[in-house]
Design a protein around this ligand. Structure first.
Ligand code: CMC
Length: 429
């Protein structure tokens, strides 16, 4: 079969150009426009990158129309039910599910790297007591480059792998320390006898004066949330990591940039914003009023936790979390009126023409906050929780990019400013 191509004709110059159509294993075909500027002197304009593939990747596949999410080919539903976060981490990093010996080695490596240098703790002490955990997380992760500067050769696969493991291992330690800093509690060191999610809960909530037993229901719920957040192909924070990585910057700088991008309320900051919104609505009787506000084009208010750039159908992660949310609250014996409120909001929005026409469904962040709240995690920590899970995706994508030839990421623009003009001295203006 002849190779598919797109033929463009420039109505001004009459020149034509054949653009090859590139197909991956799944997903919509993509036009390779790399010859467009050299041949026709034209750029493409796609603000927000709604129609632009920035890279080839083997890691995660999303079909937004069908509500499909797969890591390395495995459906998210199967991984959520059968796997663990660290196993998913291995899968995302190395492409295959680990054999038992491979997993044991990987788990040992991650566990071995969970402690942070004491000076990182001193660095953290410099933050104000009420600093947002995401401010601490991005600052501390960037500072890690200063602690491991002898292992920052991005052209060395072993050093890249070590940095990836360090980031995955230390992120929960740093996030928990950020919380403890805000509480004025002493540092809690990682306990290597616990698994990844248990260890995080222990570092969050144990205090020297009490014996803290990790609740297995809480640890399992957390592990599930980490799995669901682990990767989501070229989202804003991952694209940020890749863009920074394309310059040859070190992995700690790239990840810190990813954390900063995640913080925004249109991205990972939405989980914190959802809980704030539910608290602001306060009562089921006020849901209609807020749905109306969300539809009002003169009001900047949006229903947080609704809508997604790629999913124009249910976000499959939201479906899993919604179910888990009910189960976790039941198992922990918690009755949270915010869950009833969220259910009512979801029902009204899903029946409303505005949301139906725009295909706005609840996304991953709509329910995750209710589970975090049930686990005792404060609202200000929600986006840091997302960051712990997503670190695996960031480093997997960074490793993939670093291992393959790539160019510096450098978009172009449509310049709309002043045409050339002459400088006027200050007394003449
Ligand atoms: N509430 C009310 N209207 C909305 C919402 C919302 N949450 N989301 C989108 N719309 C409207 C928007 O006003 C626009 O309407 P119109 O066509 O009349 O101008 C239409 O739907 C399309 O929206 P868009 O802004 O062009 O869509 P986008 O793909 O650029 O943005 C989004 C996607 C996720 C940023 C957006 O839906 C949003 O702001 N949602 C709320 C924040 C949120 O929950 N973010 C978490 C996303 S999932 C996790 C993650 O990525 O980290």
């Amino acid at each position: 079969m002849a190779e598919r191509k797109l033929t463009l004709t420039d109505s001004e110059s009459g020149k034509t150009l054949d653009l090859p159509v590139v197909s991956g294993t799944e997903g919509d075909p993509t036009i390779d426009i790399s010859r467009l500027h050299p041949e026709l002197g034209l750029f493409t304009f796609d603000p927000g990158y709604g129609a632009t593939a920035s890279c080839k990747s083997d890691i995660t596949y999303i079909d937004g129309g069908e509500g499909i999410l797969r890591y390395r080919g495995y459906p998210i539903e199967q991984l959520a039910e059968k796997s663990s976060f660290l196993e998913v981490a291995y899968l995302l990093l190395y492409g295959e599910l680990p054999k038992d010996t491979e997993f044991a080695r990987f788990e040992r490596d991650i566990t071995y790297h969970t402690m942070v240098h004491e000076r990182i703790n001193s660095f953290m002490d410099g933050f104000h007591y009420d600093a947002h955990p995401m401010a601490i997380l991005s600052g501390v992760v960037a500072s890690m480059a200063g602690f491991y500067h002898d292992k920052l050769d991005v052209n060395d696969p072993e050093q890249r792998d070590l940095a990836a493991k360090r980031l995955i291992a230390k992120m929960p330690t740093i996030a928990a320390a950020a919380y403890r800093h805000s509480m004025g509690w002493p540092n809690a060191y990682p306990s290597n006898s616990l698994n990844y999610s248990e260890r995080f809960l222990h570092m969050m909530f144990s205090v020297p004066a009490e014996n803290y037993e990790v609740n297995p229901v809480a640890a399992k719920a957390l592990d599930l949330l980490f799995i669901l957040h682990a990767d989501h192909e070229q989202n804003a924070s991952t694209s940020t990591v890749r863009l920074v990585g394309s310059t040859g910057a070190n992995p700690y700088a790239c990840t810190a940039a990813g954390i900063a991008a995640l913080w925004g309320p249109a991205h990972g900051g939405a989980n914190e914003a959802v809980l704030n919104m539910l608290n602001q609505i306060g009562d089921v009787s006020r849901v209609g009023e807020f749905v109306k506000k969300a539809k009002d084009k003169n009001d900047p208010f949006r229903l947080m936790g609704f809508g997604h750039r790629v999913y124009k159908n249910f976000d499959p992660r939201a479906t899993i979390i919604r179910k888990a949310c009910h189960e976790v609250l039941d198992e922990l014996g918690i009755k949270d009126p915010l869950l009833d409120l969220a259910m009512e909001l979801e029902k009204i929005a899903l029946e409303d023409d505005y949301f139906v026409q725009r295909k706005l469904y609840p996304n991953v962040d709509f329910y995750s906050g209710i589970i975090y709240k049930a686990l005792g995690i404060p609202t200000s920590m929600f986006t840091a929780m997302f960051a712990i899970g997503r670190t695996v995706g960031w480093v997997s994508q960074w490793l993939e990019q670093s291992a393959t030839p790539h160019r510096i990421g450098r978009p172009r623009q449509v310049y709309t400013g002043a045409a050339e003009r002459d400088y006027v001295s200050i007394d003449q203006r």
